[in-house]
Design a protein around this ligand. Structure first.
Ligand code: CA
Length: 449
């Protein structure tokens, strides 16, 4: 490098820095919501709409001998009263059923159905994120599953988990909280493929973009994170990984830099690149919401090895129990600038790459990968930058699955003309109106897929 180049570099750097600061401030000014709503959200509220639940079931006859129940349906309430089937599990030939699933946070009790004559169906509470129930089967009752001494082709059930992930991409600067900068519908399929209850052979994660209402070209990734009291997933647990984006398989994905292990924490997968989620028009909002069928879709398929440590087949659902794992965006192609759901951990890749100079309520210590709370406390609002909405309708007689309506551009999710119950829910720390997402004002939300 010669002297002249060196002398030129400083002014150019200064110009770049000035422009960078100006553009951030301008952006922050421009995206202020039209109307401010007074929110008094408790500092500790985590904005969780789902709870990860361990399912702990047992079955025996009235003499204390183990009896298997091949089918136990978990409903939000008695199906004859309009209850919705949420999950299917069972107990094995040892009379044990250990499993994991996630349920909407507002569900406090579940209804367990066995379909076995002489065995009453039962309503039981979810206590400390656990469903515990023992069944007594009258001796000699046929339960439909062979005994342990016979050739027993007992098997698990495929289950699905659906929801929406909504992101605000201006973090750590204040956003307008329309939470539509990227909105993704997810559908997780847990495929047993002949394995016993509580174990999974193949995990299929489908991500269907339903809105791009932001100004940045963001990327979308997911880390399969360590579940509570479980060993973290490693690449050794995985036999095969395939990613398909818009119907096209990504060649050699498994061995590419898009897949990486974070020791003791899990495995990270890049799903949509910033090119996949690119802006329509430079400098203006790329709002494709009215043409959502053209938005990208991706399918990640993870096939598990038989677990070498617990010597089990496939992988235990308990190890996969931390739904929906850690799906996040990175902003405008910057892998140091990640936006997560509240209380998710920043990845090792992002650590120290983004300057945390803006007042923000993230529990973030530079030098550690801990990124506990992602929200903005610099002003009057204490809001998350990402939120999840479960796509299970559990009230009334509406069948499983519902369509969440995305807030329109500049319509903050907490405004009274968008989701009027959101403010009450958040201000009460989740105690009131926990299913606020069923009740939009339809002139400010967009039907999509
Ligand atoms: Ca937006």
């Amino acid at each position: 490098m010669n002297i002249i180049t060196q002398k030129l570099k400083l002014p150019i750097l200064g110009l770049l820095l000035t422009f960078g600061m100006f553009s951030c401030q301008a952006l922050e000014e421009r995206i202020r919501p039209k109307k401010e709503v007074e929110l008094n959200i408790p500092e500790t509220f985590d904005f969780a709409t789902i709870q990860n639940v361990t399912i702990d079931l047992s079955s025996k006859d009235d003499k204390g001998n183990a009896v298997s129940i091949p089918y136990i349906g978990i409903y939000d309430k008695d199906p004859s009263m309009g209850g919705t089937l949420l999950y299917v599990t069972g107990t094995d030939t040892q009379g044990i059923g250990t499993d994991a699933y996630s349920f909407p946070s507002h569900i406090k009790n579940v209804y367990l159905e066995t379909n076995i004559p002489g065995v009453s169906n039962v309503e039981t509470p979810i206590v400390n994120e656990r469903i515990s129930q023992s069944f007594i089967i009258p001796e000699g009752t046929k339960t439909g599953r062979l005994s342990a001494t016979e050739a027993d082709p007992y098997y698990g059930f495929d289950n699905t988990l659906k929801g929406y992930l909504l992101y605000e991409d201006n973090w750590p600067y204040k956003g307008d909280f329309d939470l539509n900068d990227l909105a993704v519908k997810y559908n997780y399929n847990f495929k047993a493929e002949g394995l016993p209850q509580g174990r999974t052979r193949k995990l299929e994660l489908i991500f269907d973009v339903v809105a791009i209402g932001g100004q940045f070209d963001n990327g979308f990734s997911i880390k399969i994170t360590k579940a509570k009291n479980q060993r973290a997933l490693t690449l050794d647990d995985i036999a095969n990984i395939e990613l398909t984006v818009n119907g096209t398989p990504i060649s050699n994905y498994k061995n590419s830099s898009a897949v990486s292990q974070e020791d003791g924490e899990g495995v990270l997968f890049d799903i949509f690149s910033p090119t996949n989620l690119a802006a329509d028009l430079q400098g203006t909002d790329k709002n494709k919401q009215t043409n959502c069928n053209s938005l990208p879709t991706a399918k990640l398929e993870i096939t598990f090895n038989d677990d070498a440590v617990d010597k089990g087949l496939g992988i235990s659902n308990l190890r996969l129990g931390n739904h929906p794992y850690d799906p996040f965006i990175y902003v405008n192609g910057n892998k140091g600038r990640e936006v997560h759901l509240v209380n998710r951990t920043r990845t090792q890749r992002a650590n120290n790459l983004y300057p945390y100079t803006i007042p923000d309520n993230s529990n973030d210590n530079i030098g550690t990968p801990v990124y506990k709370v992602v929200r903005n406390a610099s002003t009057e609002q204490n809001m998350p930058f990402a939120i999840l909405v479960p796509a299970v309708k559990t009230s009334g007689n509406t069948p499983l699955g519902f369509k969440f309506l995305i807030p329109q551009e500049r319509s903050a999710i907490y405004q009274n003309d968008v989701y009027p119950s959101f403010a009450t829910w958040a201000s009460s720390g989740g105690g009131s109106n926990p299913n606020w997402y069923y009740e939009p004002k339809n002139n400010t939300v967009i039907p999509c897929k």
